[in-house]
Design a protein. Structure first.
Length: 186
């Protein structure tokens, strides 16, 4: 991956930490528009309708013009992530964060800090991870965005709890028959 960043959802203590790694397959730079940057924000303490101005923003990732996808791209989980068309965001949480859904905004801004006047209504991809964090575990999820959205705030993409992967192992389904997640003790 060409880019990785770290968010601390809260100030994490020594025990009970958890790490969630979100893989972002980014869209190509749209033709005819000024250069855009994917600007990521993460929080678990409020909804998308809340004020996100005080939430830390990562420096924008320039969209590459050569990230075009085939007309019928493979499913998101089966795509290889191209280094110039992807990013990884790591989120650290502690015991207080384990059961809260994680909200992620990826805004497509002209300014890498997303502070230009034109960025006030920048389109965005919204992601809700039902449960991203498990105590003492390292988990992963992935979203694929094939095109920059045309609306400022589309409906969120949901990563279901059972679609969050435990880092230590591969499975089609990441929950047991009883509904418990593989990252939880049976």
């Amino acid at each position: 991956m060409r880019w990785a960043a770290l968010f601390a959802v809260v100030v994490a203590g020594c025990s009970g930490n958890a790490i969630f790694e979100l893989e972002l397959d980014l869209p190509p730079q749209p033709a005819g528009l000024p250069p855009l940057h994917a600007v990521v924000q993460v929080r678990n303490d409020a909804s998308f309708d809340a004020d996100w101005a005080p939430v830390e923003r990562l420096e924008g990732i320039p969209l590459a013009p050569d990230c075009a996808r085939p007309a019928d791209p493979p499913p998101c989980g089966e795509r290889p992530l191209a280094p110039n068309c992807s990013a990884v965001v790591s989120v650290i949480g502690d015991a207080d964060d384990l059961t809260r859904p994680l909200n992620v905004r990826v805004r497509y801004c002209e300014d890498p800090s997303c502070t230009a006047a034109t960025d006030a209504t920048a389109p965005e991809t919204r992601v809700v991870v039902e449960r991203a964090l498990y105590e003492g575990r390292y988990t992963q999820g992935r979203i694929c965005v094939d095109e920059v959205p045309v609306t400022p705030s589309p409906d969120p993409i949901t990563i279901a709890r059972c679609d969050v992967r435990c880092r230590d192992g591969e499975a089609v389904q990441h929950c047991r028959a009883d509904g418990s997640h593989f990252c939880e003790d049976p």
